[in-house]
Design a protein around this ligand. Structure first.
Ligand SMILES: Cc1cc2nc3c(=O)[nH]c(=O)nc-3n(C[C@H](O)[C@H](O)[C@H](O)COP(=O)(O)O)c2cc1C
Length: 435
């Protein structure tokens, strides 16, 4: 193993994974939503820490699963408002030279041509520093917002396969010498060397020439985060790197082994996996735990229950908060109960619905590494070595201060141990990821 890759996770929203973090004295994220400079400072901080990329998750509509409506997410600002992350990819790459920006763009409500155009424009403008997290859109609310029915899970992935097919045709449409850009002759392109794409499929149609120029990396880096059988099949077919959330180290290792086997079966080398981790830093262990407790106390039970509703697939307002989670009668609850009780540990202790909800409100299932910079560095190193991860998709409960602390105090420890690079080796995101 050489060095680990670091990506930092955000939503273009007042919080990332911690409910009510926007209300913390330490947090500037809500105000930052209306300030280009805020995002540019974060980008420069991440570049100082040699991160590969900032990554924007995106769920483009307020969830309405809890109590049958969006009131709870709206009241507490739980991933609402949910602004478009695409402009931030421009803002953040404009402020940096090497940092990549990964953006989530769902196939729901999009056409391949328009998605291709937006992503390729950003990739061209940034000198090849864009990544695309391809998602199919699993939220009912997202479908209602664009006037579509929620399509069954497997079919969403079938449509996503076809979506990608159209995008590849557009990316691959430039022949050798297609762009002379000859000022003296007044010739920009050789039309014979740019293929006209004609696609007529089950889900999409497209008849067009590429509206954009190819970027220095040719096409954005493709990320994927599906973990079901069909999701994994899609990832193995298309992804250059995988985002995953697993509740603890053992589960990360098992997940990585499962993915390696799927890649091998498909005749590919193993695909690098970036596991989600939330860090809670303090100058001492005690301070980190004080910060964590302050965050935990602020999570409203309602906000936590609304967060818990999605993975359990039920409206958690109907549950007794003090009943053991494992007694909740749903298909999903056994797995979720086990996963939630094991966040950050392998102890498997039983927890109540209330405890699970608060934990979901705090980290949405991301395992946490908590402590002084040395302790956080130790835990990150242990997770990396033992899981065989490509790297981590990190989340900070409050911003921007804790990101600066991570870059100034944790990254140097990892660099001294030879685990994180000290300089960027290439210019594009794909170069820096080593692909
Ligand atoms: C780290 C991570 C980030 C994700 N980001 C998004 C996102 O931004 N938007 C979204 O709609 N789904 C997102 N997902 C959900 C996945 O795209 C996918 O729907 C989910 O992992 C379930 O996969 P499956 O349907 O194959 O089981 C994310 C998942 C993970 C693990």
């Amino acid at each position: 193993m050489s060095e680990m890759h670091l990506v930092h996770m955000f939503f273009h929203s007042p919080i990332t994974h911690t409910a009510l973090s926007w209300a913390s004295e330490e947090d500037g994220h809500l105000a930052g939503m209306g300030d280009y400079g805020y995002w540019q400072d974060i980008a420069r901080t991440l570049e100082r820490g040699c991160f590969d990329a900032a990554f924007f998750a995106d769920t483009p509509a307020a969830s309405d699963q809890y109590k049958g409506g969006p009131e709870t997410p709206l009241k507490y600002g739980v991933v609402w408002p949910t602004h478009d992350p695409m402009p931030l990819a421009a803002v953040m790459t404009a402020a940096t030279k090497h940092l990549g920006v990964g953006v989530t763009l769902s196939i729901t409500g999009n056409s391949p041509y328009l998605a291709y155009r937006r992503l390729s424009t950003l990739d061209y403008l940034s000198g090849g520093r864009i990544g695309w997290n391809v998602v199919t859109g699993h939220m009912q609310a997202e479908h209602k917002a664009v006037g579509q029915q929620l399509v069954p899970h497997a079919e969403r992935y079938d449509a996503a396969d076809e979506f990608m097919e159209v995008c590849y045709k557009l990316w691959d449409s430039f022949g050798e010498g297609a762009l002379p850009m000859d000022k003296a002759a007044g010739i920009l392109a050789d039309p014979d060397k740019i293929e006209k794409v004609r696609h007529e499929g089950k889900y999409f149609r497209c008849e067009a020439v590429s509206p954009t120029l190819p970027s220095p990396q040719g096409r954005p880096v493709i990320f994927q985060a599906g973990s079901s059988g069909r999701g994994m099949e899609f990832a193995v077919k298309h992804a250059e790197a995988i985002f995953a959330i697993q509740p603890h180290l053992k589960a990360m290792t098992a997940f990585r082994e499962r993915f390696d086997a799927a890649a091998t079966k498909a005749g590919r080398d193993p695909i690098g996996i970036l596991f989600g981790l939330q860090y809670v830093l303090g100058s001492t262990e005690e301070e980190a735990h004080r910060r964590l407790e302050a965050l935990r106390e602020r999570v409203p039970l309602d906000a936590g229950l609304s967060r818990l509703s999605a993975p359990l697939g039920i409206d958690c307002s109907t549950l007794d908060p003090d009943q053991p989670l494992e007694e909740v009668p749903t298909q999903a609850s056994q797995g979720m109960a086990q996963a939630l009780s094991q966040i950050g540990s392998d102890t498997g202790k039983k927890i109540t619905v209330r405890e699970a909800a608060i934990q979901m409100g705090l980290s949405v299932g991301l395992p946490q590494v908590i402590g002084s910079p040395e302790q956080v560095a130790d835990e990150i190193e242990r997770h990396w070595r033992e899981s065989g991860a490509f790297g981590f998709n990190l989340s900070a409960p409050t911003k921007p201060g804790m990101i600066e602390e991570f870059v100034d105090h944790v990254v140097p420890i990892l660099q001294d141990r030879g685990l994180v690079r000290r300089d960027y080796s290439g210019n594009t995101l794909r170069d820096n990821l080593g692909f």
